[in-house]
Design a protein around this ligand. Structure first.
Ligand SMILES: Nc1ncnc2c1ncn2[C@@H]1O[C@H](COP(=O)(O)OP(=O)(O)O)[C@@H](O)[C@H]1O
Ligand SMILES: [Mg+2]
Length: 234
C-alpha cells in the first residue's frame, strides 16, 4: 500500500499508510482500539476503496478491484464464524468452498477437488470431525474451518481480522502453529489486538496508531521501540 488515505463520513481514518507485505510470512497489524486496523484490513480486501493512495499486489495496481476480483488474484480473507453453514457438515462446508468457480484455478476434476478437500481437512486438524456439523464444533475448531474455507481457492495472501479473538489459550496456541505452518508458503496479513500474541506469531509487525503506520519491524524491534512501549505499556 502506498500513501493510503481513508475518510469515512468526513472523518480521517487512515492518514497516509505505507505497508509492504512479503510473499511469505506472518505480518501482524497491531495498535490500540480505533487505530484503524480493521479499516486497513478492509482496504486490503477491497471492502473499502481508499480516498487516495494505491494498493498493489504482485506487481498489479488493484486499488479499484472489488473483493471478488481480488479473490481471482489470489487474495482471500476469512470471515467470522457467521459465515459457516452451521447445519452442514464440515466436509460439505469445505466442498461448497472448494467447488466454487475460481477462474484462476481453471477447470478441476472431481479427483482434484477431493484431493484438495482432503488436504485442507488434514492440515486444519478436522479430518476426524468431517461428518460433524459446523455448529457442533468447538469455537477454536470453527476458526480452523473458517481458515480452511479461506484457503479453498489457493490464495497467495490470506487476510484475517483478529482470528485469535474469543479463543482459549490452548486454542490460540494451536492456531498460532497453524498460521506458522501456513505462512511458510503464503503471506498472512492479520490483525491482532493483543500485543503478546502478536509478538509470538509475527514475522513482521506493523503498528497502527491514530490512522498512521508508525512502525514496521520484527517482534524484537517492536518490543524495543519507545513509542510502542508508550502506547502499550504506558
Ligand atoms: N464506517 C465508518 N464510518 C465512520 N467512522 C468509522 C467507520 N468505521 C470505523 N470508523 C472509525 O474509524 C476509526 C478506526 O476504526 P477501526 O478501523 O475499526 O479500528 P480498529 O480495528 O483498530 O479498532 C475508529 O475511530 C472508528 O470509530
Ligand atoms: Mg478492529
Amino acid at each position: 500500500m502506498r500513501s493510503v488515505r481513508l475518510s469515512l463520513g468526513g472523518v480521517d481514518i487512515l492518514r497516509g499508510v505505507d505497508l509492504d507485505v512479503a510473499p511469505t510470512g506472518c505480518h501482524v497489524l497491531i495498535g490500540p482500539n480505533g487505530a484503524g486496523k480493521t479499516s486497513l484490513f478492509n482496504v486490503a480486501s477491497g471492502q473499502y476503496k481508499p480516498t487516495s493512495g494505491s494498493v498493489h499486489f504482485d506487481g498489479q495496481d488493484i486499488t479499484r478491484f472489488a473483493p471478488h476480483q481480488r479473490a481471482q488474484r489470489r487474495i482471500a480473507r476469512t470471515f467470522q464464524v457467521a459465515s459457516l453453514f452451521r447445519e452442514l457438515s464440515v466436509e460439505d462446508n469445505l466442498r461448497l468452498a472448494v467447488q466454487a468457480p475460481a477462474p484462476h484455478l481453471g477447470k478441476r476434476t472431481a479427483a482434484e477437488v477431493q484431493d484438495h478437500m482432503a488436504s485442507l481437512l488434514e492440515t486444519s486438524g478436522l479430518q476426524a470431525k468431517r461428518h460433524m456439523t459446523a455448529g457442533q464444533l468447538a469455537y477454536g475448531e470453527q476458526r480452523q474451518l473458517e481458515i480452511a474455507l479461506g484457503l479453498a481457492n489457493q490464495p497467495a495472501l490470506l487476510l484475517m481480522d483478529e482470528p485469535m479473538a474469543g479463543l482459549t489459550a490452548q486454542e490460540r496456541q494451536v492456531l498460532a502453529r497453524r498460521l506458522d505452518d501456513l505462512s511458510q508458503n503464503i503471506a498472512v496479513l492479520m490483525v491482532e489486538h493483543h500485543l503478546e500474541d502478536a509478538l509470538a506469531i509475527a514475522d513482521q509487525i506493523t503498528v497502527l496508531y491514530l490512522g498512521e503506520a508508525i512502525f514496521s519491524g520484527t517482534a524484537d524491534e517492536v518490543r524495543a521501540h519507545p513509542l510502542v512501549q508508550k502506547i502499550y505499556l504506558g
